[in-house]
Design a protein around this ligand. Sequence first.
Ligand SMILES: [Zn+2]
Length: 327
Amino acid sequence: MRFFGIAGQDRIKNILLRTVSAQRIPHAFLFAGPEGVGKRTTALAFFSFLVCEDPTENDSCGLCRACNMVDAGTFPDLAILQPEKGVIKIDAIRQATPRLQFEPLIGPWKGLIIDNADLMTLEAANAALKTLEEPPSKTLFILISSNPDVLPRTVISRCISLNFNRLSTEDVAAIVAEERGLSPAEIVDAAALSMGSPGRAIRLLDSPLMGERRAFIQTFLELGTKGLDQLLAFSKDVASSKGDEADVLLLLESLLQDIVHAASGSPDSDFCNYDMVEEIRGFANKIGIDKALAAVNAWTDWDYKRRYHPDLRAALDKVFLALGGDF
Ligand SMILES: [Zn+2]
């Protein structure tokens, strides 16, 4: 994995490269930011750069034995932890950390990347903290999280935090077009709805929900002014029958964001659902900014706690309750 080809995160790349040129590479980073904007790819590119046998000034070669092993997931001194069934348990940390005490087999660096680090149990986080507090030499930790506020303060304070930005819609379109071999025109809807995340855009591109998007939003907007009973019925319908829950989440999130944009008078160019601006503005005018914000707050509150309360129906009910009432 190389830095070359990672779009829209130049600021982060430059900081990472700077730590190397200044010979001040921290023991631990926290890569924070929205899902699908390149955090994991950047983590792998940075580790490749550190272990590459023939690096340029700014990037790994992508060809040497070390680069190939990192790409293939077989580099012996790099462990990548990911949640299993939505959680990273202490056993996973205990298995990965002892190895870090030894000299690197290939060298010069060893690495531990914890993806979705916020899904560590408290015991797992404490075990990780132990190693973070007394880091073995030449070892790089990278914690990756789209929900870093959930991590214990003690863990965060041991890491240098780098915040990854959302990408521009144009960057998303360019990345996804290249990856899929499509023309930018073919992916313009998915890019606009992706909220700056190529990962999300790719997900949306493959989702059957994209074909139903306009109808879905139309129904939402019509029901939003009809009364609570119908809203809650729609909520039940959405939560139970619209296929993949993650796709529904993406669509709703983009719509709620648009409603707030509309209620606060943002220009058309700020809208995710750029082809339904008029309808969304009409809806926002009826409900007003207070209710729009209340709905978004209900949503983000649930999103933040969804690890503990993953029930989509309950979340939708809360959003609709915030929207509903006598408007
Ligand atoms: Zn290389």
